[in-house]
Write a protein that binds this ligand. Sequence first.
Ligand SMILES: [Zn+2]
Length: 286
Amino acid sequence: MVFFCVDIGGTNTLIGMGNGDFEVKKKLSSGRFLETPLETLDSMLDQEGYSRSDVDSTAVAVAGPMDKDKRVFYPPNIDTESVDLSILGKMGELRLVNDCTSAALGEYHYGEHDSQHMVYVTVSSGVGAGMISDGDVVSGSNGNFAEVGHMTVGDRLACGCGGQGHWEAYCSGNNLPSMASELFGVEAEDAREIFDRAESGDPEAKKVIEKFRSVNSRAVSEITTLYNPDLIVFGGAVSINHEQYLPDPENVDSVNRAPRIEKCSLGEESVIHGLRAVCNDKMYPD
Ligand SMILES: [Zn+2]
């Protein structure tokens, strides 16, 4: 028997296959995967000498809000309103997991951390989180636990969700340029340019990064107060590429003790290894 792990990200989809051992086998654009999902998995089975009847389960993580009962998700970064994933039920038992919850599981079971109460935070195109408490995943009533990117930790900046002052409006890779422009009059093509300019000593870009860090610290303080983790793991492209700017536990201001803060160990594969944990029955996301 084999299992499939499918991480449908905002840009790319990673697909892994396992039968005890586990390997990430394929990376393609999410748009392309969603055009012909079954055919893609069928051809992978064919290559390995399996058929659909050999598939025990398929775990899928999605980057966006979902309705687990309807098996539908609403991708914020792909050019379609909703995606019906029930077709993947033809590949064994289908299990849907929030991508940040899955990343938390991946880092917990296969990363190099030592924690019993771990929050995983991604700072990439958006901001989100997942949590493991006492070894159990916290998933929320419909699988959307910890939309921390929409916590109010700033003041006036407008967020893509329609709210104001949300973490994501200040610190996500997609929103950093508009934060820089609105608050500091700094115009940049993308987040990378702002980080590069700050690194080379541009004083205005440095102010933007200082704001990025102070908002991140405030958000980490709120997470510490609410969830009392012993560790916060930061992942996502912005955290991975700019780890020197991860929040410092010394700047955590909370009634609870400051957690340790570490970078993810599994890079872009945190999510898919969480799905591997799900398929190996290390967690069943009800
Ligand atoms: Zn928001």
